[in-house]
Write a protein that binds this ligand. Structure first.
Ligand code: NAP
Length: 251
């Protein structure tokens, strides 16, 4: 059985590594191609969008894919919706592998747009806002001239930045000590981030708590209704084993 792993995350890379050991399963990992120098998974990899739901349906048919694991980032909601639509259309088993959410006592918003509106209610003008929401909707903050921004991301942004921005290009993982030093050095008054989950980037939350810096957290978009989801690579492998067994029993 051939499995398409929709990737771009550490979990997708771990799953690819695990699938090299799983007999009866062939797989290909897929990356969107946004990051300039991506960390690649082991095994066969394709790069670039499929061309919407129709393109994905064509790809799944042409490649005779028997199951899909969507291991994209929790905020890659478009890809997740496309996978759900395409698999429903073709009657293919689909599993979402999504790391658990972070939990903590934070100010919460449901979108980046709402985050911008909340900043002025949480910190005074001219304070430093540490923004780690990725480049997706960075342009939303470009209109804010009232605050200073410390923006951290993987690749240089093409989007406009707020006028008073200091940019840090980095990929993590980060340490609590490093995050504490960074926030102190820039006198960060508010951390704005999104609920990506996982240990790789959670040090900033510990550091913010230690320093008494408030956190404005963008909640995850919901999964499409009815989609099967697991939180660990092991659970995804177990699911694939069952699906592969059923496929081979069915001929
Ligand atoms: P998105 O908004 O959900 O998807 C936009 C389009 O990008 C999709 O319609 C699809 O294009 C293409 N795409 C996304 N993931 C793909 C994949 N794994 N393989 C092939 N095409 C893919 O996605 P996004 O939020 O821009 O994220 C893009 C990639 O970066 C994802 O793979 C995600 O796992 C990773 N990532 C995202 C974030 C984040 O915060 N959003 C953070 C870290 C990593 P077509 O319609 O042409 O098929």
């Amino acid at each position: 059985m051939k499995v398409l792993v929709l990737g771009g995350t550490g979990e997708a890379r771990q799953l690819a590594a695990a699938l090299t050991e799983l007999t009866g399963v062939e797989f290909v990992s897929s990356l969107a191609g946004r990051v300039r120098d991506p960390v690649l998974p082991v095994g066969p990899t394709r790069v670039g969008g499929f061309g919407g739901i129709e393109g994905l349906v064509r790809y799944l048919r042409a490649e005779r894919v028997g199951a899909v694991v969507d291991a994209t980032h929790p905020f890659a909601a478009v890809m997740t919706r496309h996978a759900e639509r395409a698999c429903l259309r073709l009657g293919l088993p689909l599993l979402v592998l999504r790391r658990p959410s972070w939990s903590g006592n934070w100010h919460r918003v449901t979108s980046i747009g709402d985050a911008l509106g909340r900043i002025a209610t949480l910190v005074p003008d001219d304070s430093c806002v540490f923004l780690t929401t990725g480049r997706g909707e960075l342009a939303v903050f470009a209109t804010d001239t009232r605050h200073r921004y410390l923006v951290r991301m993987v690749d240089p942004p093409q989007e406009p930045l707020p006028s008073r921005t200091e940019l840090i290009l980095d990929r993590g993982p980060y340490t609590v000590d490093g995050e504490r030093d960074l926030m102190r050095a820039h006198q960060v008054a508010l951390l704005v981030t999104k609920d990506s989950g996982g240990a790789l980037t959670s040090a900033k939350l510990t550091a913010a708590e230690e320093l008494g810096v408030p956190v404005l957290m963008v909640s995850r978009p919901p999964l499409p209704a009815g989609v099967a989801a697991v939180e660990t690579v092991d659970a995804a492998v177990a699911w694939l084993r069952t699906v592969a067994d059923a496929a081979s029993a069915g001929g």
